[in-house]
Write a protein that binds this ligand. Structure first.
Ligand code: HSE
Length: 440
């Protein structure tokens, strides 16, 4: 039998520890599937003294991950340190330059330097695999890079952040506050070290940048993505969405338009009956639309140690079998510059919630401002304060009442202009809530 594949593992957080466990448990299965074993020969992490769920003494310890990356006894570096900078970046570059394959879960690193790293891997004829960097246990990288390599994608969108989906689900189902849901997600180990990264959409944006590159052959650039998080979403929005037949999800969307590739991350209203609306909790989902193909949706665990480690082990299995693919499904030099479609040109339906001053003329003013921008309403509801319904006289106090509107397809630019005018007219209080609608 061939020699086992020798692995250096850098990073021993939740995911690193799960990789140690999975490789140990799956020993026989791996040999049966790959024709050879996969063995961790050395480890590196920030602290050697920390309590671990396995016996550290079974492995050689290398304090510096960069030294581990060039260690002659390893064939592959598994990098689960995280972060776009050093030591993760230098460890990955060192391993590739030394002719060692790399498996990484590091979306930040790939989003920032993916193309350069892919070119380095190509130059040294080694694999650079990163299935675990997007959507945890869902094999979306492999699907785009290999299974659907012949497809012409028109849109790819999904729930790419388990923390946000878990929070939105708990808020909706258990009527919990945003803060309580975030605390739970952190306790369950889903959230990033800095959870604002999850809730403000940055985590989704990095993952979307990787998927958009795989789907459309473009250079990875998270700066080309419009990003909005879920921190402004309230129970009132979730309730209104539900009454109107929608559910709110944080989506990452990359779509081919006449103006270029539109990439955006924002809370989105999706029809309740759509496949993506059924995805609850920490689960992730990705839908791919391609010319001549019915939409394909992959659903699965998006975060957590075991799900992510399972993707890492699959990447290692490919290397053990001698499989090496172009990291982004094409030579790095053929990744094209992004023609970015500006967000102002985005077209679609909108949910708008305003706090309108309840007095004569308010509705007429709002309607006029929308009409000036050619915005047509699909529905409009004004919610009265309890007890005020059917009052003998129209409201004159200017008390704020929620007005909820759904528009027919219009442009982002028109919505922004209309709402700015409505605010200038002083018929509303506070900031209008705007949620884009994505049709399937
Ligand atoms: N914080 C991420 C999430 C973990 O919640 O999806 C996986 O990238």
């Amino acid at each position: 039998m061939a020699e086992p594949l020798k692995v250096g593992l850098a990073g021993l957080g939740t995911v690193g520890a799960a990789v140690v466990h999975l490789l140990d448990q799956g020993r026989d299965k791996i040999v049966a599937r790959c024709g050879r074993g996969i063995e961790i020969v050395a480890l590196s992490a920030r602290s050697r003294g920390k309590k671990r769920p396995f016996d550290l003494k079974k492995f050689r310890w290398v304090a510096d991950p960069v030294a581990l990356a060039r260690d002659p006894s390893i064939d592959v570096l598994v990098e689960v340190i995280g972060g776009a900078g050093d030591p993760a970046k230098r460890a990955v570059e060192t391993a590739l330059s030394a002719g060692k394959a790399v498996v990484t879960a590091n979306k930040a690193l790939l989003a920032a330097h993916g193309q350069k790293l892919a070119a380095l891997a190509e130059r040294h004829r080694v694999a650079l695999n990163f299935e675990a960097s997007v959507a945890g246990g869902i094999p979306i990288v492999k699907t785009l890079r290999e299974g659907l390599n012949g497809a012409s994608f028109t849109r790819i969108y999904g729930i790419l952040n388990g923390t946000c989906n878990y929070m939105l689900t708990r808020m909706e189902q258990d009527r919990l506050s945003f803060e309580a849901c975030l605390r739970d997600a952190q306790a369950l180990g889903y959230a990033e070290a800095d959870p604002t990264f999850d809730v403000e959409g940055q985590d989704t944006a990095q993952k979307l940048a990787i998927l958009a590159s795989l789907a459309f052959g473009i250079k990875i650039d998270p700066r080309a993505i419009y990003v909005e998080g879920i921190s402004s979403i309230t129970l009132a929005d979730l309730d209104a969405a539900s009454e109107l037949g929608y559910r709110v999800k944080l989506l990452g969307v990359a779509v081919k338009t006449e103006a270029g590739i539109e990439q955006r991350v924002h809370p989105t209203m999706v029809p309740k009956e759509s496949a993506i609306a059924q995805v609850m909790g920490v689960t992730n989902a990705v839908t791919m639309d391609a010319e001549g193909l019915a939409p394909i949706t992959l659903v699965g665990p998006g975060a957590g140690g075991v799900a992510t480690a399972s993707a890492i082990v699959a990447d290692l299995a490919d290397i053990a079998r001698g499989v090496r693919n172009a990291p982004f499904g094409r030579p790095a030099a053929r990744m094209t510059a992004i023609r970015k479609a500006p967000m102002q040109h985005h077209e679609g339906g909108y949910y708008i919630r305003l706090l309108a001053r309840d007095r004569p003329g308010t509705a007429a003013t709002i309607a006029r401002r929308l009409a000036q921008q050619n915005i047509s309403l699909e529905s409009i509801v004004q919610r009265h304060a309890p007890g005020s319904r059917g009052a003998a006289r129209p409201g004159r106090s200017g008390e704020a009442v929620p007005v909820i509107m759904i528009t027919y397809a219009t442009s982002e630019d028109a919505v922004r202009k209309a709402l700015a005018a409505v605010r200038r007219d002083r018929v509303v209080t506070g900031r209008p809530q705007v949620i884009r609608i994505e049709k399937n």
